[in-house]
Design a protein around this ligand. Structure first.
Ligand SMILES: [Zn+2]
Length: 283
């Protein structure tokens, strides 16, 4: 299906034989990342891209990950790609995605008071920890590891869906910006794609033992509530490398992996990433 879509989109968008063409792994949508491949790029040409005015970086293989945040507004989204050959005229490729509204489900959660109403010391500690995680989302550049798509870090039941409006003990909270995968305590967690270990967080208040991987160009994956972390900061890991084990550290009611994905700070549904089987994924 994935390959079929690429072929279909290439046919729809293809111009004359000598021009470069845009192909997408899937149509862009709210809370979704898609892989763009610019094909038939003249040798030595440079690509300059933007999505609704925001810069889009390309890998050396002329690939880019395009994304819309989970709370992006519906409407037309314009992609511009300028192909700049070393000599001669540059070529402008454009494509408009008609993005429709997306609705999310509401999730009622009940937790013991002590885990919800934080003591002042816990508040300041949690703030620092959140700042450390958020700082990794600002990372840009680095070695590219997103070009071949992504894989599931662990298999299991989806116990918390992406984007759900969480109501905690009756109070609305921020939407759930990742997916929760319930799995046995100690089950291995693997890297979703090649990347550099950007953060090893020990026993964070909310996210417990926390790992962040940087896949280059602002593409970031987050793994929370781990029992153990098996890689150190700064290390490059390949896709499928065991990086830790499933646990319930931090604020968790049972063993599960919270998996988050950010593309230049846009929060996207991990289960809709290119390369993953789309069957059974959240809507
Ligand atoms: Zn979660």
């Amino acid at each position: 299906m994935y390959r079929y879509l690429i072929i279909l989109f290439s046919l729809l968008l293809g111009g004359e034989g000598e021009s470069a063409t845009l192909s997408f792994s899937a149509p862009l949508a709210i809370g979704r990342a898609v892989l763009l491949h610019v094909q038939d790029v003249p040798a030595g040409a440079r690509l300059v891209g933007s999505l609704n005015g925001k810069p889009v970086p390309f890998s050396a293989e002329h690939r880019a990950l395009l994304a819309l945040d989970m709370e992006a507004k519906p409407g037309p989204v314009l992609l511009r790609v300028e192909v700049k050959p070393p000599q001669g005229k540059s070529e402008l490729l454009t494509h408009t995605f008609e993005v429709v509204a997306r609705s999310y489900q509401e999730e009622q959660l009940t937790l013991p008071k002590g885990k919800v109403e934080l003591a002042p010391a816990a508040v300041s500690r949690a703030k620092e920890e959140t700042a450390a995680i958020v700082a990794t989302y600002q990372r840009r550049g680095g070695r590219v590891g997103y070009g071949e798509g992504f894989q599931l870090p662990v298999t299991g039941r989806y116990s918390g869906v992406f984007g759900s409006r969480r109501v905690l003990n009756g109070t609305p909270r921020r939407p759930h910006s990742g997916v929760d995968i319930a799995a046995p305590q100690g089950a291995p967690v693997v890297a979703t794609a090649p990347g550099e270990v950007a953060l090893v967080g020990q026993d964070y208040f909310f996210t417990g033992n926390t790992l962040v991987l940087d896949h280059g160009d602002g593409v970031i994956s987050l793994y929370a509530h781990l029992e153990r972390i098996m890689v150190e900061s700064g290390r490059w890991v390949e896709a499928g490398t065991v990086i830790g084990t499933v646990g319930m550290t931090g604020r968790a009611t049972g063993p599960h992996l919270h998996w988050g994905m950010m593309v230049r700070q846009d929060r996207v549904d991990p289960l809709l990433l290119p390369g993953l089987p789309q069957e059974g994924a959240s809507p």
